[in-house]
Design a protein around this ligand. Structure first.
Ligand code: ADP
Ligand code: MG
Length: 166
């Protein structure tokens, strides 16, 4: 059974760092990282225009994830996944016959993320406003019954600490 690992946390919490280490921790081709920022950069020159662009990015994300999972490749999706859409991703992974795991970074607080963000190279920084907006969205989604109940059904990534996770 393939694994789908879903990270959840604010920008600069350390999700991509963990994801890259995890991919590097197995022979080439056995694990894959899928990220919406990178798909946006590839497909739309990095442009974001709400649903107009994001519907295609979600389609591409799901197609890539499904291809890997059904081909026996383990996947880590290292987006923020702070929104209620995480429920759709969890269900999608299970529809692809994968075991779904959570790499939880939600306890890395906004100030810590802000400081880490400031240490990133300029073009990679998202800025304080984005981090605080994401925090509000995380708090709002964490209060939703559907999200809470669904997250309770997801196993924690067991080898998170082995790759330097929080
Ligand atoms: N555990 C950690 N402790 C301190 N800094 C970290 C840690 N993990 C990542 N970082 C640094 O924080 C910044 C953001 O990490 P990154 O993995 O890009 O975050 P995200 O993908 O969650 O936005 C990077 O400069 C990275 O080197
Ligand atoms: Mg990242």
């Amino acid at each position: 059974m393939s694994r789908l690992i879903i990270t959840r946390g604010l920008p600069a919490a350390g999700k991509t760092t963990l994801a890259r280490r995890w991919v590097a921790g197995a022979p080439a081709g056995e694990r894959a990282r899928v990220n919406r920022d990178d798909l946006r950069a590839m497909c739309h020159n990095g442009m974001w225009s709400g649903k107009t662009t994001e519907q295609w990015i979600l389609l591409a994300r799901d197609a890539v994830i499904e291809g890997f999972l059904r081909g026996g490749v383990d996947v880590i999706c290292d987006d923020t996944n702070v929104d209620p859409g995480i429920v759709d991703l969890i269900r999608f992974g299970r529809d692809c016959a994968a075991s779904v795991e959570l790499a939880d970074f939600t306890h890395i607080d906004a100030w810590t993320c802000f400081k880490r963000d400031q240490r990133r190279p300029g073009p990679e920084q998202v800025g304080r406003e984005v981090i605080w907006r994401m925090r509000d969205r995380l708090v709002a989604s964490a209060r939703m019954d559907e999200v809470r109940e669904c997250l309770l059904t997801v196993a924690k990534m067991p080898d998170l600490a082995a790759y330097g996770g929080p």
